[in-house]
Design a protein around this ligand. Sequence first.
Ligand code: CLF
Ligand code: SF4
Length: 479
Amino acid sequence: MSPPTSSLAVASSTAPTQPKATGNCGCSSSSSAPVTEESVLARIAKHPCYSEEAHHHYARMHVAVAPACNIQCNYCNRKYDCANESRPGVVSELLTPEEAAHKVLVIAGKIPQMTVLGIAGPGDPLANPEKTFRTFELIAQQAPDIKLCLSTNGLMLPDYVDRIKQLNIDHVTITINMVDPEIGAKIYPWVHYRRRRYRGIEGARILHERQMEGLQALTEADILCKVNSVMIPGINDHHLEEVNRVIRSKGAFIHNIMPLISAPEHGTHFGLTGQRGPTPKELKALQDNCSGNMKMMRHCRQCRADAVGLLGEDRSQEFTKDKFLEMAPEYDLEQRQEVHAGIEKFKAELKAAKEKTATQKQKRGPKILVAVATKGSGIVNQHFGHAKEFQIFEVDGVEAKFVGHRKVDHYCQSGYGEEATLDNIIQAIADCQGVLASKIGSCPQQQLRDAGIEPIETYDTIDKAALSFYEQYLQNNPR
Ligand code: CLF
Ligand code: SF4
């Protein structure tokens, strides 16, 4: 089995399980069509953020058309992109809606597996409504198969739900870090609303009320809503379980709890005052605690406001403004549909192979973690030394479940292995029992073994390779 194109990425299967939630008042959504699991699956099947499976195969892109913001978050420095959906310390080139549309049409031709256009900054898209909606309008007219996606802090959301619906924007993210304004006051120093600036609890209360109103309105309009929450130890880490319960009750589709990334050089309030982010273990524990309540996103890469490509890769530098303005738009609906059909066929083959393995192996054993070097398509297909991240799978003898990723500096620099980098990689995957890659040099192999991580060279589907490693691991380490 080979992936449909060499540049594609892959899949483990996490089906959405949420039927439409009922509102707080107990009444069900006012949407006329009942939301069946199948219809929701179809809506998210090509969205790499809403579907973990899709993120191995389909790409997204962002256009940075929205510079202004209407609130202040303590983890944001306004010189950079909105940290609600981006890594701090990243600056995107600002585009006009027309430039943005040109960029989308160029990339739709060059990366046909790009299925989603998101607007996520560099400020708040709904603090820049004309530029944001003009961009969406242009794309809807010229590239009708591209899904439209919007990310907002939620302050102005209730005013725009009708327009969002009209434009067929089916995916909206709200960043909700609290449902208690007292906690909110520790995250948001001020909120600018209807020409007035509100500080402290008063501002946080307005933001909270508007976020809840916006979420409820999205649910009633049958728009799939993802909620992002930034986990800030000592401030909202315990509170996020309550946030999770509330957003579920109001109909959010998926919850993405992201770690605070905080460093003094970012110049943010939290960075300068020494507020730490959570450890991977703390983040996973919170995600695990919330996962019984609703579908959790664990594959977010906190990308840039001008991100391009699969979630695990960043091709934005291939499409800087000076470059893409020189390129001709090559949007070709037929060619894109052919590529998508190839991806769907490959996904079906992967699924069948996975189901076959699962029926053969029915006894679940103790769980172990395995790190995987992959360029996508659900295959172990990357050299250990070239990996900029390792995907982490929890394996129990029956299935290999994606549970997160660890970013690393790649070990192989100009053809030579870097010792300090290898130490950092080993630290990043220290809780894994094995690492799977298409090639691993003899030197890193030895050091990985010394650290208790078994190196495995293979080129196979992740499921098959991980389950086969599991068997071997249990034979060598009987419990
Ligand atoms: Fe972009 Fe966000 Fe839409 Fe995705 S990103 S606007 S929902 S298309 Fe995705 Fe990036 Fe995480 Fe955002 S990985 S930061 S969740
Ligand atoms: Fe920064 Fe985004 Fe918060 Fe605005 S909403 S202050 S741009 S992180």
